[in-house]
Design a binder for this molecule. Structure first.
Ligand SMILES: NC(=O)c1ccc[n+]([C@@H]2O[C@H](COP(=O)([O-])OP(=O)(O)OC[C@H]3O[C@@H](n4cnc5c(N)ncnc54)[C@H](OP(=O)(O)O)[C@@H]3O)[C@@H](O)[C@H]2O)c1
Length: 289
């Protein structure tokens, strides 16, 4: 279903727009993924950014409804589904600059900001007249290539199936998992922080290839394809990764010799501890805001 079909089935006005406050990397990836999947058209989208340079880029890309003034945008499009895509530390000042009650007619607000709970968001957004459900959407950088493991939670289920507006948008950028907000810190560690762990692992695997005599370019290509292929095998066979690991390790062979070194150096434990550290840091940061 396209955005226009969905808004109709959610009982919303036919010209309900997707309004993005912030048009940076993540908003750009979500918007472009949804346009490329034909879920939305460029005319469905309204964007605000801070600088004239960013606005000019969006307009050049065919997004004519681009603004550098949130109040002007929200007055012109008062009934849109609002996606807040600014950096979390700018959220408070951004809302403080909104005119009182300006979000009163918005049917749904969605935040992609890391670390800001629905309670914090609801409290702050109430000063702009918003009193419906708050949905949090947490994409990861692979959303730039349509391969995000996106997370979703909400403080109360948006009525009239309006959550489908968010899940359908997320589905254009990869997979989409709905969780209880209590699990959001841990899930963000595994889904949104862990791409950085995996980049480090790919780089290290390539370094190993270089040490063993491969040209850098070949080593990096092989390491990248190995991660892609292994992840695909887990996803498509449904086999436990431990079983797939056992299937590669022949008795007395070269693979088990390498696995032994990984275990001896605590790679398994390092990843477990990394997820724990990212989860705890995310909890700590949410308490600071
Ligand atoms: N990066 C990740 O892996 C990741 C994952 C999940 C969620 N997130 C969340 O995604 C959000 C955006 O991150 P990003 O990497 O896309 O940031 P970004 O590239 O820096 O984009 C931020 C955008 O916000 C605009 N902006 C700033 N203040 C504004 C205001 N008052 N009104 C309207 N627009 C304003 C900026 O405009 P200009 O372009 O003119 O400066 C820019 O377009 C963050 O909250 C982050 O926590 C990021």
């Amino acid at each position: 279903m396209s955005w226009s079909d969905l808004i109709d089935s959610c009982g919303l006005n036919v010209d309900t727009k997707l309004i993005f406050i912030g048009g940076g990397n993540m908003a750009g990836a979500l918007i472009k993924g949804a346009v490329n999947s034909n879920f939305i058209t460029k005319e469905d989208v309204v964007i605000s950014v801070r600088s004239n340079e960013s606005a000019a880029k969006w307009i050049k890309d065919g997004f004519s409804n681009t603004f550098t003034d949130n109040n002007e945008m929200l007055k012109k499009f008062p009934h849109g589904v609002v996606f807040i895509c600014v950096k979390p530390q700018l959220f408070g000042s951004m809302v403080d600059q909104l005119e009182e009650g300006i979000l009163y007619s918005s049917p749904l607000v969605v935040s992609i900001m890391a670390g800001l709970s629905t309670d914090t968001l609801a409290q702050k957004l109430s000063q702009s007249g918003y009193s419906h459900s708050i949905v949090r959407l947490m994409p990861s950088t692979p959303c730039l290539v349509g391969a995000s493991a996106t997370l979703i939670c909400y403080n109360s289920l948006p009525h009239n199936d309006r959550l489908s507006l968010v899940t359908s948008l997320a589905a254009c950028a990869g997979t989409c998992t709905i969780l209880d907000e209590k699990q959001f810190h841990a899930a963000s560690a595994v889904a949104a922080c862990a791409p950085a762990y995996v980049f480090l692992l790919i780089e290290a695997l390539a370094d190993g290839g270089v040490l063993a005599g491969l040209p850098r370019k070949d080593a990096l290509n092989l390491a990248t394809q190995t991660f892609q292929g292994a992840a695909k095998l887990v996803a498509e066979t449904g086999k436990h990764p431990g079983q797939l690991k056992d299937e590669v390790c022949s008795a007395g062979g070269s693979t088990i010799a390498g696995v032994r070194v990984l275990e001896k150096n605590g790679v398994r434990s390092a990843l477990i501890e990394a997820v724990k550290a990212s989860t705890e840091r995310s909890e700590e940061m949410s308490r600071m805001k």
